[in-house]
Ligand binder design. Structure first.
Ligand code: AVJ
Length: 330
């Protein structure tokens, strides 16, 4: 009875802290002249499912390009890795595209099973991930932010062992360019010489292909974006009328990135109880919810150099321009 109570209050306590942090981020973000919400909040359980649906859209070639490169080059990638090695994946989601690489890496191990640490903010996605991949690796899911999860995983480093950190699906593109560099330096600091990083990055391509990938006629990306307002309603007691906002995707030529916005269809005000906040919107005003930066291949090499990594290999696919980058900690 008492252990149960303890467990309950502990879970409640963590939930409470998470809600307070979400509320304060919403307050700050919606108080800016250009209203904004951090893209990490798109991925609650429903949002993660909607993103998974996006990866099946004919217009969204990104995930298929990433997956195809990993499949075609899994043996070559595995041959370039140090040994023994354990694998960490940042933002694994359901971990589907990782299977081939884990198989190839696991095949090279002497006795032990390959250890795989998927890190994600969605516990549901991690449950799927564990179920999906436990036949090819010993899965240690971590429901955490990237850097906290990283230090948990690297704390389990065995003597003489190296880590491969995978950061796939162009998630790096969600960072402002300066923040991406800072984040890579943080990763570098958490690792040791000889550890490696595999980064998937979406490349600049024709404008119309990029735009329709983020504004599909089926409306899945719109649902994914609008769900953020639904999440605020559910978790923070907001009263957003989702039908009074519309999804918008824009190409920002100055920063080489797609931006997702939620555009208010009318003058309106919204109350968010947990943030103790009333927000007003003018017709046409937007909330900026995500940036997906697109890269040039040599720009990725420069990012590695600037953040303490050496470039070991780069694989590029042409039909949906996308690059897989293998870097080593110098
Ligand atoms: C998972 C961050 C790589 O930016 O392409 C897809 C998210 N947003 N459609 C991306 C996303 C809208 C995706 N990442």
């Amino acid at each position: 009875m008492s252990t149960q109570l303890f467990g309950w209050s502990k879970i409640k306590g963590e939930d409470y802290a998470a809600v307070r942090e979400f509320a304060s981020d919403v307050r700050n973000g919606l108080g800016k002249p250009q209203k904004e919400l951090h893209s990490k909040y798109l991925y609650d359980d429903l949002g993660s499912s909607l993103f998974e649906a996006i990866t099946h859209l004919p217009e969204y070639g990104l995930t298929r390009a990433d997956e195809g490169l990993l499949r075609r080059h899994s043996h070559e990638i595995a041959s370039l890795l140090p040994s023994p090695v354990a694998v960490i994946e940042l933002g694994s989601g359901v971990g589907k595209k990782t299977r081939h690489l884990l198989e190839a890496v696991g095949a090279g191990l002497e006795q032990e099973r390959l250890r795989y640490y998927p890190i994600d903010v969605s516990s549901e996605a991690l449950t799927h991930c564990e179920r999906e991949l436990s036949d090819v690796a010993e899965v240690h899911p971590l429901v955490q932010s990237y850097l906290t999860g990283m230090s948990r995983a690297t704390a389990e480093r065995q003597p003489g062992e190296s880590f491969l950190v995978m950061f796939l699906g162009s998630t790096i593109g969600n960072f402002e360019r300066k923040c991406a560099t800072e984040f890579l330096r943080d990763l570098h600091r958490a690792l040791l010489p000889g550890d490696m990083l595999l980064v998937g990055a979406d490349l600049v391509k024709e404008r119309d292909r990029m735009l329709v990938a983020y504004d599909d006629p089926t409306g899945v990306t719109g649902a994914f974006n609008l769900n953020l307002l639904g999440r605020i309603n559910r978790e923070l007691g907001g009263d957003f009328q989702l039908r009074d906002f519309e999804h918008q995707a824009r190409w920002n030529d100055q920063h080489n990135r797609i931006e997702m916005h939620l555009r208010s269809r009318m003058n309106q005000s919204v109350f968010i109880a947990e943030a103790d906040l009333t927000v007003t919107f003018r017709a046409g005003e937007t909330i900026w919810t995500e940036s997906s930066h697109k890269f040039e291949p040599q720009e990725l090499d420069e990012m590695a150099q600037q953040t303490g990594f050496s470039v070991e290999a780069q694989w590029i696919v042409r039909d949906w321009p996308f690059a897989e980058n293998l870097w080593a900690v110098r």
